[in-house]
Design a protein around this ligand. Structure first.
Ligand SMILES: Cc1cc2nc3c(=O)[nH]c(=O)nc-3n(C[C@H](O)[C@H](O)[C@H](O)COP(=O)(O)OP(=O)(O)OC[C@H]3O[C@@H](n4cnc5c(N)ncnc54)[C@H](O)[C@@H]3O)c2cc1C
Length: 479
């Protein structure tokens, strides 16, 4: 923090931390209810993980961001913010690359049989029958949970390597929650039934979302427009203002201090809606939180993310929105084709392939120069046989810290400890969103938790921690 400090002259009002989907939704809802608020954003752009990065006129997501929700209030809000002509309805196409072959995703029986061959298919089915008779004793972790539903053989082919890439730990150390959130209700048996039955008979939508909405200039377009609306309502959004101190007394936070470009600024707060990482919120409390809560905060960790975006002629891309790379020969985990998401993201006759790497801040990949990462990306596309290095015209690197809240063995206990400290000492603080609640989520969860928290500020009493937008909605297995 710089030397100078000032106190904001606005009266105590709700202060919002973060201008991602959760923070901007909260600000917009407060504005609609006739209130005013100040949003503090550490970065210089809106959208958080749902931003659309822009380099030399190319636009790309941090991963691809589909707009799909079961929550009407959320989809209504999307359509309130953007005009209908700003949305594209995109067909979904994705495949899994494994052992030199492409598997349709979701699974199609004929394609899987052709790729695996008859003997391997029989072995997979036998392995499934075996696990139904001898289920793994421990199904509290990802490995046991998933193997019990698909058999060890299919687990080894389609789940193990990718999961290790995403999380950087053995799947036996990852809580089953992640699998339950992503694969819920799907098993080999159901997948085969789904592959065989006509579409209209399929009740289980897990992994079967075949089209989705997408703002034509990417998810960032939603949050850029939402930001403009929030400003028109008379609210403030302050960029490069990182919330660093929360003064609390008598069980409530009374002010938030942020470090800004001109020094520190203190904002009197009537309440706080926080989408900053939950452990960072706890660590910024003044007086400090209990040693037990601080220990829980320092034990919550994240997985970080970077994209190497490579420009290629349009006809050198592929028809998929993205391809999962279940191959241990390369470090890349997934490849997006942004031209297949929206032609407005790319330039005439060209497309942009986004190679996704799951990393930890400070590790070899994170610390590599952009040039080295681009060269690695080009080399890995060649190893995979996806794109010839000679046709690649340029590249960019985008890094995103804390993209994934880590679901390790103790995360629930640690979140619980922090919650209970906040419930007593900071009752007017509402943690919302992805890292704000340490919840592996999509935008709809972030938005709904923000909307309900605003209602709580105006007198409602929703239990935000019970919000579950995935009751009926599950994405794809391998995400
Ligand atoms: C690879 C990938 C693919 C995804 N795909 C999809 C998808 O297809 N569909 C979908 O709906 N969702 C998807 N998501 C999830 C989506 O990105 C998140 O759910 C959403 O961005 C979370 O919004 P949020 O506002 O809760 O948090 P964030 O997006 O993390 O925003 C939090 C904001 O708070 C700011 N901040 C942090 N600390 C401070 C501080 N101390 N002071 C001030 N500001 C601070 C950050 O800079 C950030 O702008 C995906 C995520 C990833 C990683």
């Amino acid at each position: 923090m710089k030397e100078s400090s000032e106190v904001n002259t606005r009266e105590a009002e709700p202060i919002i931390i973060g201008a991602g989907p959760a923070g901007l939704t909260a600000a917009y809802q407060i504005g609609k209810a006739g209130g005013t608020t100040t949003v503090l954003e550490a970065d210089s752009v809106v959208g958080g993980i749902s931003r659309t990065a822009e380099r030399d006129g190319w636009r790309f997501d941090i991963g691809g961001h589909r707009f799909f929700t079961k929550v009407t209030a959320v989809s209504d809000l999307w359509h309130e913010i953007l005009d209908s002509e700003d949305f594209l309805l995109r067909p979904r196409m994705s495949r899994i690359y494994y052992d030199g072959k492409f598997y349709d995703y979701p699974l199609k029986a004929t394609n899987a049989l052709r790729n695996l061959g008859i003997w391997e298919s029989i072995l997979c089915v036998l392995s499934y029958v075996w696990i139904r008779i001898n289920p793994p004793k421990d199904q509290t972790h990802f490995e046991g949970w998933t193997a019990s539903r698909f058999g060890w053989r299919l687990y080894g082919k389609f789940f193990k390597t990718y999961t290790e890439k995403v999380w950087g730990i053995p799947p036996s150390e990852l809580q089953a929650d992640w699998a339950a959130q992503r694969i819920k209700n799907l098993s080999l048996f159901k997948a085969v039934i789904n592959a065989v039955l006509p579409k209209r008979n399929q009740k289980d939508i897990t992994s079967l979302i075949e089209e989705f909405e997408y703002p034509k200039f990417g998810p960032g377009m939603m949050w850029e427009k939402c930001h403009d609306l929030v400003i028109d309502q008379g609210n403030e959004v302050l960029f490069e203002h990182k919330a660093e101190k929360f003064i609390h007394e008598n069980g409530e936070v009374v002010s938030v201090t942020a470090s800004g470009p001109d020094g520190s600024v203190t904002f009197p707060a009537s309440s706080v809606i926080s989408s900053m990482p939950l452990p960072h919120l706890l660590q910024a409390m003044d007086p400090p939180a209990s040693s037990e809560a601080l220990l829980a905060a320092s034990s919550l960790t994240f997985r970080d993310f970077l994209t190497v975006a490579l420009i290629v002629p349009e006809d050198k891309g592929f028809p998929d929105n993205w391809i999962y790379i279940h191959s241990g020969d390369v470090e890349v985990g997934r490849v997006q084709n942004f031209g297949q998401w929206s032609p407005y993201l790319v330039k005439e006759g060209r497309t942009c392939l986004g190679l996704e790497y799951f990393v930890n801040i400070g590790d070899k990949l994170w610390n590599s120069s952009d040039e080295d990462l681009i060269n690695q990306g080009i080399h890995e596309l060649q190893v995979l046989g996806l794109v010839d290095p000679e046709v690649i015209e340029g590249g960019y690197v985008v890094r995103m810290p804390r993209a994934y809240p880590m679901y390790d063995n103790d995360y629930q206990k640690n979140v619980e400890t922090i919650r209970s400290w906040l419930d007593t000492h900071a009752q007017n603080v509402y943690p919302v969103g992805r890292n704000g609640m340490h919840r592996y989520n999509n935008q709809d969860h972030s938005m709904l938790t923000a909307m309900l928290s605003v209602e709580n500020i105006f007198g409602a009493s929703h239990d935000i921690w019970q919000v579950n937008v995935e009751e009926d909605y599950h994405e794809e297995i391998a995400k």
